[in-house]
Design a protein around this ligand. Sequence first.
Ligand code: F3S
Length: 66
Amino acid sequence: MRVEVDRSQCQGHNRCYVLAREVFDVDDEGYAFVRPGCNLDDSNVQELVRNAARNCPERAIVVDDE
Ligand code: F3S
């Protein structure tokens, strides 16, 4: 799995951070980014990522499930 935050879409709702803080963090301005080195091979983490993506109101979380 690969995941990224489309910074042009993120509006700082921070649901991703609340739902999957293992993967997402927010910068000083409140916009999300993917934590470097997070374990995206873990199936539990992958489910957190999918849930966060579903819950982002801006659809800013881009998941590549290859
Ligand atoms: Fe941004 Fe969506 Fe998270 S708007 S802060 S990626 S919930």
